[in-house]
Design a binder for this molecule. Structure first.
Ligand code: BYC
Length: 474
């Protein structure tokens, strides 16, 4: 029997909700089994300096202290309800926001919640071995923080399934613990979540690029007319910011270290750079190309009737929907999307309703560009003449109008043969992965020490010093 108020911090009155308690009595032990099987490898005894959300108040959502991860208190939190909130877009615009699932939207909403929920445990599975070769205690603590919070985000979606979708919801919640990232028979739902994350450069790229897709998808769902979904996503977004910080600063610190070594030793040839035990900027560019392109796929097809239906019915809005000044119906509006015709990429206007996946992708790209500029600022400040670039939107795409076409990073439409010939100029080769992994052969766990291939961060977590014991090995 679970002590609900103590063990599962929540603001959903779990202590009095018998139906939810019964659902969780089955699901919580299955979740723990999943964590023991698929959570970070070999970590049950470690004490980790983690933040835990114990309430939604400013002083409650980030309580720091040492925790053994299996004892982490995965809670259920929704942003407090605004009684006056209305549906803000689509044909039901102006109606009071729905507190229960409208019957005709049940399967649509369930599907979106399941897709979102599926990504959370998937990312934990993808990252489960990385703790075995961490570059520092600081980084080890950060990956564990990301992992436990992805676990909490799974809880958030499972709460919605249990509370609002009855028996179907309970079955879907169980299936979320059964699919496995990369499994041939029962894979995770979306492509990027079946790719391996074999090394720390990949982890930081993932948290920069793919967690940011999480941010944009959560922002779109935070506009939903289904109020519990909107409020759940709003609270998840408070945690997401740290994940993207880990990614951006992680890649930034690798870039910084590489540039310092290049400058000190007056070298720029990638093989000379590798000889110094750091990651050459060309390899960083190839990782970037990979993670950016697989993440762009996560937004779905450029032209999608599903996306139009989600919007029209009030289920999923645009990024910052309520800050946009238009009719929020989009019945006559148009939006530009790309298409490949012959050997040319052409832009054509389509109904803005069907182009909502593309629009969200463009909002995302805009934010990515700003992050990329900050990385280039690090390179510039060391005086190294090199720039990281974003590849063309059509490069290496498997979903949408570019799928099946061979687009170079500069946006040329190539034959399959011409593209394949240059594939490993643009994407990490098996040798690149082997090299990067070779740097990460052992754990760096002495407080204050950092692996040779990454610079220390500017400051510690929660104002602790860099040599703080972020993880205790007992
Ligand atoms: N891979 O009309 P279409 C995060 C499927 S990340 C495989 O183009 P639609 C996180 C699609 O399901 C954010 N299949 O797209 C980050 C559909 O299947 P059916 C996750 C794909 O329906 C880091 C078909 O193709 N959040 O939180 O508009 C760490 C045609 O669909 C892919 C969400 O996803 C793909 N990449 O779907 C941890 C939000 N893309 O119907 C966490 C919820 C599409 O033909 N999901 N398909 O069988 C949604 O809003 C939508 O489902 C999508 C776009 C954004 C995925």
């Amino acid at each position: 029997m679970i002590d609900y108020t103590e063990k599962i911090p929540n603001n959903v009155d779990l202590g009095r909700d018998r139906v939810l308690q019964r659902a969780l009595e089955h699901w919580q032990p299955a979740y723990m089994n999943w964590w023991y099987d698929m959570g970070p490898s070999d970590t049950n005894a470690l004490e980790v300096y983690l933040r835990t959300a114990i309430s939604v108040e400013p002083d409650g959502w980030a309580q720091f202290g040492y925790v053994r991860m299996p004892e982490y208190r995965w809670g259920i939190f929704l942003q407090p309800r605004d009684e006056n909130r209305a549906v803000n877009f689509g044909v039901r615009k102006g109606q009071p926001a729905w507190q229960e699932v409208p019957g005709e939207l049940r399967s649509t909403l369930r599907r979106i919640i399941v897709t979102q929920g599926d990504t959370e445990p998937a990312s934990v599975e993808q990252q489960r071995m990385l703790g075995m070769y961490c570059p520092s205690l600081y980084d080890l603590r950060n990956i564990f923080q990301v992992n436990v919070e992805e676990g909490r985000h799974l809880w958030a979606m499972v709460y919605l399934l249990h509370r609002y979708f009855g028996r179907d919801g309970r079955e879907e919640a169980e299936a979320l613990l059964e699919r496995r990232s990369g499994d041939a028979d029962n894979p995770r739902i979306l492509g990027a979540f079946n790719e391996p994350t074999p090394d720390w450069l990949g982890f930081y790229m993932f948290t920069f690029f793919t967690d940011r897709d999480g941010k944009f998808q959560l922002c779109a769902l935070a506009e939903s007319g289904f109020d519990p979904l909107a409020r759940t996503c709003r609270f998840m977004l408070t945690e997401e910011a740290h994940h993207m910080f880990v990614g951006e600063t992680g890649v930034g610190r690798i870039i910084q270290r590489t540039c310092e070594v290049m400058k000190e030793n007056k070298i720029d040839d990638p093989s000379d750079v590798r000889a110094m035990g750091v990651i050459d900027l060309q390899t960083i560019q190839r990782y970037l190309n990979f993670h950016y392109s697989v993440t762009l796929d996560l937004y779905g097809s450029d032209v999608s009737s599903n996306a139009a239906n989600y919007y029209t019915s009030g289920v999923k809005g645009r990024f910052e929907e309520t800050k946009i000044s238009d009719d929020h119906l989009l019945s006559d509006a148009e939006y530009p999307v790309s298409e490949v015709i012959g050997d040319k990429i052409v832009i054509k206007n389509v109904s803005a309703l069907t182009a909502l996946n593309e629009r969200l992708r463009d909002d995302y790209i805009h934010e990515i560009e700003a992050g990329l500029n900050r990385w280039n600022g690090i390179i510039e400040s060391t005086g190294i003449p090199f720039r990281l670039d974003l590849p063309h939107k059509g490069f290496h795409r498997a979903i949408g109008n570019f799928a099946g076409h061979y687009i170079s990073p500069r946006g040329e439409v190539l034959s399959q043969e011409a593209w394949k010939k240059r594939e490993f100029e643009w994407l990490p080769s098996p040798q690149d992965y082997t090299y990067v992994l070779s740097l990460m052969s052992g754990r760096v766990v002495e407080p204050g020490k950092f692996a040779n291939w990454i610079a220390p961060p500017r400051r510690g977590i929660n104002r602790q010093p860099l040599n703080f014991e972020y993880v205790r090995f007992n």
